[in-house]
Design a binder for this molecule. Structure first.
Ligand code: CA
Length: 229
């Protein structure tokens, strides 16, 4: 799945090398040379992941990481720190500031892409193309197909994203606000009852194989996808 990846790196040659490799892997590369540019890009639109250089002119990458983690809107963006520092103490500082992972320069593009993939699996499995299966319900993100006990099920694009999120975050209760943030995305101003409309459509689409029962309404809170239903 193509990701919007923000590269925050002041060394032009390194920024270019990373961007070329990300684009070669099918991602979209956004570029910033310092923390101000990075924050401006993030204000306009949330990237799916940030590659954050530690040593930047002005505010350091460490400061930017802390800032992103302290704001509800940007709190859950996956961050990989790029650093020339490899001392244990520095790694600890980076992780404490809120980075999910760090990679020490110089690194190979292959290593970087592997780290990105691993981090997305951990932090945002609904953004990967891994096939998911729960209780006979199978969702294939690459082919954009859903089947229940072998029966092909037809879902609209929003219901597909909603189901993908549910299946990769099963057994947890999600509020309507959380679902809006995770499935509808950033800067989207829609009413919470829109969620209910799409849940209803999703349940209808899953009825054919009886998998509609996997989506539970949790009174006063939201919804839960559960294999235990
Ligand atoms: Ca630098």
């Amino acid at each position: 799945m193509p990701l919007d990846i923000l590269i925050v790196e002041d060394e032009a040659a390194i920024q270019e090398l990373i961007a070329v490799n990300l684009e070669g892997a099918g991602h979209r590369a956004l570029r910033a040379a310092d923390s101000e540019q990075a924050l401006a890009i993030i204000r306009a639109s949330l990237p799916d992941l940030v590659l954050l250089d530690w040593m930047l002119p002005g505010r350091s990458g460490l400061t930017v990481a802390r800032q992103l983690r302290s704001d509800a809107r940007t709190r859950s963006i996956p961050i990989i720190m790029l650093t020339a520092k490899s001392a244990e103490q520095d790694k600890v500082l980076g992780l404490e500031a809120g980075a999910d992972d760090y990679i020490t320069k110089p690194f190979s593009p292959r290593e970087l892409l592997a780290r990105i993939k691993a981090l997305m699996r951990r932090r945002a499995p609904q953004m990967t193309e891994d096939l998911v299966e729960v209780a006979g319900l199978r969702l294939d993100p690459a082919a954009h197909r859903v089947s229940g006990n072998g029966l092909r099920l037809d879902l609209g694009p929003t219901e597909f994203r909603l189901l993908h999120f549910f299946m990769t975050h099963a057994e947890r209760v999600h509020t309507r606000t959380q679902l809006l943030d995770q499935v509808w995305g950033d800067h989207v101003f829609v009413e919470e009852r829109t969620v209910d409309v799409h849940i209803r459509r999703l349940r209808q689409a899953l009825e054919a194989s009886g998998h509609d029962a996997l989506i539970e309404t949790v009174r006063g809170t939201g919804y839960r996808f559960t294999a235990a239903a």
